[in-house]
Design a binder for this molecule. Structure first.
Ligand code: NAD
Length: 371
């Protein structure tokens, strides 16, 4: 398929930049999907893509997802993402990330990067040597560090909103919650849930983690195969994507699906199926926006308290999604997309009015430039 055809198919992106440095071995693609709300922000993924087309489709898909996540989160950010083609275990060099940083810099703040799958805070330090347009850098450099606790706090808010909507209560005390995956997000979520006196069941493919965390937080442990069929109020996927699929959906014995994992629905039709089963789905990108809110606060000058406070916004955002779904008689994953598209349309239109030189689309980024 032609490049522009691919771009049209995956979201009509504003700009796609191919970055190449033959001597250094850099092959990267930066995709800027939409900047109606603000600069395009999204991490840099490094992966051994089998073909360049595979890399292009991935970056187009991921950057579009960032537009929707930022828009429903209520942030003044657009959607972007970058991919570096190569094996993250063997092909990384300082020169590669510095060369990449120079390409990011050439976009003059239209795209802001961060770490993602296959890249680390250390890699971002190299990028930061060449450009200020990078977030998620270490705390020592004024960055926000690990976003996972903030993502988990946002997921807690999403669960609270879904419990309010579906079960009618304000408290998680005695609410039965099954958490799949005890990594960075799952661990912090279980910690929050135990403080709320929820009844927690956990699983992970790493048995050592399961034992340690189940003991520490007095949670019940089950095998990874059992978690989707645990009788509970909330199923919280915090591991891999596509967990709601043709195989798992019939086994669910929950009233709510609300977790931190990305792309929980294998296909959009699974969101409609959940609705038909009277299972309330808290759309993943609305639920897991706490990490993005955290880096947004970093752009404004980081404060951990402000970041944590910002993630409480996930509760209202989720309630808004549920309200749209009810009003329009549609599934919640469709309602989340509508909320994003409406905000982009309305706020994007505001910017069409020229306000002279006093108008600054995103003032605080100026401070970032001067770091
Ligand atoms: P992680 O790699 O730290 O943790 C994932 C955990 O899931 C690991 O402990 C792994 O052993 C476990 N796991 C993998 N397959 C499993 C299976 N089949 N059954 C049970 N457990 C399994 O990742 P993370 O940072 O905690 O992220 C978890 C999810 O949340 C991912 O989908 C990620 O994309 C998404 N997410 C994370 C953040 C963040 O701030 N870290 C932000 C937004 C979205």
């Amino acid at each position: 398929m032609d490049t522009f055809e691919l771009i049209s198919k995956h979201g009509d992106h504003e700009q796609v930049v191919f970055c190449h440095d033959k001597d250094i071995g850099l092959k990267a693609i930066i995709a800027i999907h939409n900047t109606a709300l603000g600069p395009a922000l999204g991490g840099t993924r490094m992966w051994s893509y089998k073909t360049e087309e595979e890399a292009l489709v991935d970056v187009l898909r991921l950057s579009r997802g960032m537009t929707y996540k930022a828009a429903t989160a209520g942030l003044n950010l657009g959607g972007g993402k970058a991919v570096i083609i190569g094996d993250p275990k063997t092909m990384k060099t300082e020169a590669m990330f510095r060369a990449f940083g120079r390409f990011v810099n050439s976009l003059n703040g239209r795209y802001i990067t961060a770490e993602d799958v296959g890249t680390t805070v250390r890699d971002m330090e190299y990028v930061f040597m060449e450009t200020p347009w990078v977030t998620g850098i270490p705390k020592a450099f004024g960055g926000s560090g690990d976003p996972s606790p903030y993502t988990a706090h946002g997921v807690l808010m999403a669960i609270k909103a879904a419990v309010k909507e579906r079960l009618g209560g304000d408290s998680l005390k005695g609410v039965r919650i099954a958490v799949q995956g005890l990594g960075n997000v799952g661990y912090h979520l279980v910690e929050y849930l135990s403080k709320e006196n929820a009844i927690v069941t956990v699983t992970d493919i790493d048995q050592e983690k399961v034992k340690r965390i189940a003991e520490k937080f007095h949670a019940k442990a089950v095998s990874p195969d059992e978690i989707a069929s645990v009788e509970c109020d909330v199923f919280a996927p915090c591991a891999m994507g596509a967990v709601i699929n043709d195989d798992s959906i019939g086994k669910l014995k929950c009233k709510i699906v609300a977790g931190g994992a990305n792309n929980q629905l294998a296909e959009p039709r699974h969101g409609n199926m959940l609705r038909e089963m009277n299972i309330l789905y808290a759309p993943d990108y609305v639920a897991n926006a706490g990490g993005l809110m955290n880096v947004f606060v970093e752009l404004e000058g980081y404060s951990p308290d402000r970041a944590l406070d910002k993630t409480t916004q996930v509760y209202e955002n989720m309630m808004q999604v549920f309200a749209i779904a009810k009003k329009e008689g549609i599934s919640t994953h469709v309602a989340a997309d509508r909320l994003a598209e409406e905000r982009i349309k309305v706020i994007g239109r505001l910017k069409q009015t020229h306000l002279g030189l006093a108008s600054r689309p995103y003032a605080t980024l100026k401070e970032v430039k001067n770091r």
